[in-house]
Design a protein around this ligand. Structure first.
Ligand code: AMP
Length: 114
């Protein structure tokens, strides 16, 4: 089952996170269980539970998240190759009901994913 939206608590600074970037639309912080030498989560401030809940009004926000991901990849030293992952719903491994991108890099990443 999808757990409580712990990311809202991070957004509200109720619980700590290793924040690497934030602006008026999104925040990025290190994943607490990193799956690669660099594993950062990029989340919108707007509450969007899953990818399937996206609306036309979110198009600009999504573009912004992608741009932030590309800039963070450079800043975090993984510009030579990285993966941007979004798990949609429990069957695909989503555990937190707040849209988020995983930015992974710093090692060779195999394909296909599990
Ligand atoms: P997903 O499984 O795609 O929903 O991704 C959720 C991610 O959030 C997982 O990789 C978790 O390790 C990560 N996570 C859960 N709680 C925290 C937290 N308090 N701080 C940082 N990352 C977290």
């Amino acid at each position: 089952m999808l757990s409580q939206n712990i990311f809202l608590k991070i957004l509200d600074k109720e619980i700590p996170a290793r924040i690497v970037y934030e602006d008026d639309r999104c925040i990025a912080f290190h994943d607490v269980h990193p799956q690669a030498p660099v594993h950062v989560l990029i989340i919108p401030r707007k509450v969007i539970p899953t990818h399937a809940d996206l609306k036309a009004e979110d198009i600009e926000l999504l573009g912004h998240l992608h741009l932030v991901a590309a800039q963070l990849a450079e800043k975090l030293g993984i510009g030579d190759g990285y993966r941007l992952v979004l798990n949609c719903k429990e069957r695909a491994g989503q555990t937190v009901p707040h849209l988020h991108f995983h930015l992974l890099g710093g090692r060779d990443l195999s394909w296909p994913p599990g």
